[in-house]
Design a protein around this ligand. Structure first.
Ligand code: SF4
Ligand code: SF4
Ligand code: SF4
Length: 285
């Protein structure tokens, strides 16, 4: 694992962790199709809603196609100098797809200086932590929407774990337990951790201060409170206003740093946050 000095240098290079936002970019590789849970706000027609712009579906890549894309992007005079991070964020859950690990291995072999970053629902974090450690994953985003298994049962219609499908409170219990244990272990290994929380009005509002407190204790670096996009099971819920979101972020900033510039990039995004330089790359798809 990286020394604290190396770690600080890497954080500064990672746009999603507040580093050089206008200079450094990330490239997402959509290599992870399957998911093992069902979030109430997910339509499954698009990329994982935990880390991507709604309404956009990425073209799925195999690990071999992904490394070809990385070579092209890194060789391009437009994108090469700015890409500092390779992120895997979907379209399903990265940990539930072996292609994620294979892709990171291929990237690491050719581009060891690129920061390896992943976003997950956290269900398989304790199971996969030894693999992530061996890969030298630098930064991790976990979507944590509640600490309360009852509320979890309302947010997740099912959780598929070790061959069994759970629902209701039982599903919430397994997911929350694994998320928290995974965050704890990742922090212990020195990974830089971002927590995404989807604010679902009337469902998990009261959980936000509890989550920020808990993840701070566990060693997370920053929190990103995201507004609900009303769709799927939660199509009837009114999304939070910008003022409400600002207020919550301000309140929780006292506990843990808040990430405020998230533009919810698509899972195959290439470039600076809020921009997409795909056209600069020959095989843009
Ligand atoms: Fe959808 Fe992502 Fe939730 Fe899976 S983790 S159900 S892909 S939003
Ligand atoms: Fe940023 Fe998340 Fe992608 Fe990592 S996985 S580069 S934190 S959006
Ligand atoms: Fe990820 Fe949001 Fe940063 Fe885009 S702006 S790279 S979605 S954290």
């Amino acid at each position: 694992m990286a020394t604290s000095c190396e770690k600080m240098k890497k954080i500064q290079g990672h746009p999603c962790f507040g580093g050089n936002h206008h200079k450094n970019g990330r490239m997402h590789l959509a290599v992870a199709p399957k998911c093992n849970i069902k979030c109430g706000y997910c339509t499954r027609r698009h990329d994982c809603a935990n880390e991507s712009r709604p309404g956009v579906t990425s073209r799925l890549l195999s690990p071999e196609e992904a490394i070809v894309r990385v070579r092209e992007v890194m060789a391009s005079p437009v994108t090469g100098p700015i890409i500092k991070v390779i992120g895997i964020a979907g379209p399903g859950d990265p940990l539930f797809n072996e292609e994620t690990f294979e892709t990171f291995r291929l990237v690491d072999r050719e581009f060891p200086d690129l920061i390896k970053c992943m976003s997950t629902n956290g269900l398989l974090l304790p199971d996969k932590m030894p693999v992530l450690k061996a890969l030298g994953l630098h930064s991790l985003t976990v979507t944590l929407n509640t600490l309360d298994p009852e509320i979890g049962g309302r947010i997740y219609s099912y959780v598929h774990y070790h061959g069994t499908t759970y629902s209701g409170k039982e599903a919430g219990e397994i997911l929350v337990r694994n998320q928290l244990e995974g965050i704890r272990q990742a922090a212990e290994l020195g990974m830089t951790i971002k927590i995404n929380t989807v604010l679902i009005p009337g469902v998990n509002d009261g959980q936000i201060p509890l989550i920020s407190q808990k993840v701070k204790e566990l060693g997370a670096f920053v929190m990103n409170i995201m507004p609900l996009i009303p769709q799927a099971d939660f199509a009837h819920i009114q999304p939070p206003s910008a003022e409400r979101l600002d207020e919550l972020r301000r309140d929780n900033e006292k506990t843990i740093g808040q990430f405020k510039h998230c533009k919810q990039c698509r899972a195959d995004a290439v470039g600076l946050i809020g921009e997409n330089l795909q056209l600069a790359v020959t095989t843009a798809g």
